[in-house]
Design a protein around this ligand. Structure first.
Ligand SMILES: Cc1cc2nc3c(=O)[nH]c(=O)nc-3n(C[C@H](O)[C@H](O)[C@H](O)COP(=O)(O)OP(=O)(O)OC[C@H]3O[C@@H](n4cnc5c(N)ncnc54)[C@H](O)[C@@H]3O)c2cc1C
Length: 386
């Protein structure tokens, strides 16, 4: 077992870190304050391949393993959590198209998505179908060469500013097997967007509801087969959960670096606060937690890269552990800054606000535990979960 990063992985990490240092980190506070979605910067990242990290190379993606992609996302999130997290969702959408859509759809959508000319949104959640996503009600009725879509999606990242929607809609009976996936132009007639939600964090990307009223979607825009949509959505989320987890780790790393430097500079009781053992122990825990979170995600990425039958279980474990630990690290970094941590002159309060949602979306951390416990209670499952 070799835990050393390869030369390629180090090169990707370095190029992502340079991009984050130059294009993201200096602007992150301002974008957060003004709720600005920096589309032009996201497009620029396309030149480096960051909009199709693990997308099919036949259509302009880099086709990297999930582990290598995770290394890039961590560096980007070190620069700006909210923007990196949106980029991870775009990557998930592109991957779903590249892995399951027809040759024609791939040719039509992916080159423009890889360059950033078109951005994507992932549309699964509905007002009454969140954790129980398989109960979704958006309907797609086949009429001749078209499907007619009616329904509503909630909490869609990027919505209103993106160009391509991957929408999960019901073509059959109730339950997961009645769901199909479609790729839809975001400006199609009958699509309406709600207001940009006022959120606690992730302010540098919009979140909106989307309603579909008699939206005509060419039958050829079905991804995969009818009834395969929920399984495609869940496969997308395996990678998505690694991405959301590693974006949390990138932010935790940033918080840890800020706090480590602060405690050496800040003096109370006539000496640097870094000299107090309780502060040292806190820092030690934060570093241990950050590394544990990162390694768990690398393990899950490795399971996906090797098509391990338990890959989804590892992704769920890694998402839950890494987002909980990373939130805790950022919160402790804020605590180490005392009152200053609460001011937006410092990045800690933004890190805490941004990281909170990582425990909620792409499946809440309770749902991650549902997935893990369901698997581990199967006969003999523990032998394949180590
Ligand atoms: C900022 C943001 C961006 C998002 N982006 C997207 C996006 O781009 N695309 C998309 O499709 N969705 C997106 N989501 C939606 C997100 O995935 C859902 O919010 C999430 O899956 C939870 O669904 P819910 O909000 O309906 O909560 P609910 O499902 O109503 O859950 C409420 C509470 O009940 C708990 N709970 C529910 N069922 C169980 C159970 N069986 N056992 C134990 N506890 C349970 C949950 O863990 C949670 O604590 C986004 C959400 C946010 C906040």
């Amino acid at each position: 077992m070799d835990f050393t990063l390869t030369e390629d992985q180090l090169a990707f990490a370095q190029s992502a870190k340079q991009f984050a240092k130059k294009e993201l980190r200096p602007h992150a506070a301002e974008w957060d304050r003004s709720s600005y979605f920096p589309i032009e910067v996201i497009k620029k990242s396309g030149e480096l391949g960051f909009l199709g990290l693990y997308t099919n190379p036949d259509y302009g993606g880099l086709g990297l393993p999930r582990l290598d992609s995770a290394i890039v996302f961590e560096a980007l999130a070190w620069g700006d959590t909210s923007v990196a997290a949106y980029m991870s969702i775009h990557n998930m959408v592109s991957w779903m198209i590249g892995a399951y859509a027809s040759e024609e759809l791939c040719q039509q959508y992916l080159p423009k998505m890889m360059s950033g000319e078109w951005l994507g949104s992932y549309c699964l959640t509905e007002p009454n179908a969140g954790s129980d996503a398989a109960s979704l009600r958006t309907k797609a009725d086949k009429q001749g060469d078209y499907y007619i879509l009616n329904g509503e999606k909630a909490f869609i990242s990027g919505a209103g500013s993106t160009d391509v929607l991957v929408v999960m809609a019901r073509t059959g009976d109730t339950g997961a097997k009645g769901v199909s996936a479609f790729v839809i132009d975001a400006t199609s007639a009958g699509i309406e967007y709600g207001k940009n939600e006022h959120k606690m964090g992730w302010k540098a990307q919009p979140t909106r509801t989307i309603s579909f009223k008699d939206v005509k979607v060419p039958a050829a825009n079905l991804i995969g087969k009818e009834g395969q949509g929920f399984s495609i959505a869940m496969k997308g989320l395996d990678g998505g959960r690694i991405n959301i987890g590693i974006c949390a780790v990138g932010t935790a790393q940033s918080a840890l670096e800020t706090a480590t430097s602060y405690v050496k500079d800040r003096s109370q009781f006539g000496k640097p606060i870094a000299s107090f053992q309780s502060v040292q122990f806190k820092l030690a825990d934060m570093l241990t937690q950050t590394i544990a979170a990162r390694q768990m995600l690398y393990l899950a990425a490795n399971k996906v890269d090797n098509n391990d039958p338990q890959a989804s279980t590892y992704c769920a474990m890694a998402k839950q552990l890494s987002t909980d630990l990373s939130f805790e690290v950022a919160n402790q970094a804020l605590q180490l800054h005392g009152g200053y941590g609460y001011l937006n002159d410092y990045p800690l309060e933004r890190h805490v606000r941004d990281l909170r949602v990582h425990q909620i979306l792409e499946g809440t951390n309770e749902i991650m535990r549902v997935i893990v416990s369901r698997q581990m209670l199967q006969d003999d499952a523990l032998s394949s979960l180590r």
